[in-house]
Design a protein around this ligand. Sequence first.
Ligand code: IMP
Ligand code: MG
Length: 174
Amino acid sequence: MAEHVRVLLSEKEVDDRIQAIGEQISRDYAGKQVHLICVLKGGSFFLCELAKRITVPVSLDFMSVSSYGSETKSSGVVKIIKDLDDPIKGKDVLVVEDIVDSGRTLSYLMEMLKDRGPASLKLCTLLDKPDRRVIDVNVDYTGFEIPDEFVVGYGLDYDQRYRNLPYIGVISFD
Ligand code: IMP
Ligand code: MG
């Protein structure tokens, strides 16, 4: 089966939007330190580009969760593969994700992090597929709302490939 990737959001469009979000975050967190939590692996490309554009002090931590399912659908069962290195109590935490799809992964994750007592807890996602939402998730910063299509690039994978594409593409098969 041949795989094809069609550009949905160009490298320039994505970079410009990340610049704008970085500026917004820098304004919103003025006088504070923002603690960015990257959800591996998908959020890593976005996190790096976003962090470079934030002008307030930044600290980082990483966690890895898996939602079991096929390559293109999440099942709603979330498992922590790698937890954070440091406590988040009293910190201004901003979770950085690649995409909010059904919302299952993020709703679980945000509840879990809230229980750890951060000073504040917000969510930033590069992509949002609102049509696919099953569980309500409060998103504070969104890069782009996209239609219900399976996308790759900028950290997003199909079967662990295509994460390194510098743009967002829609994958199709024939
Ligand atoms: P949710 O729990 O359904 O919101 O799914 C979250 C996870 O599913 C994301 O962090 C991605 O890893 C994966 N995912 C959802 N949609 C896509 C897509 O279009 N391309 C690649 N991965 C996706
Ligand atoms: Mg993911």
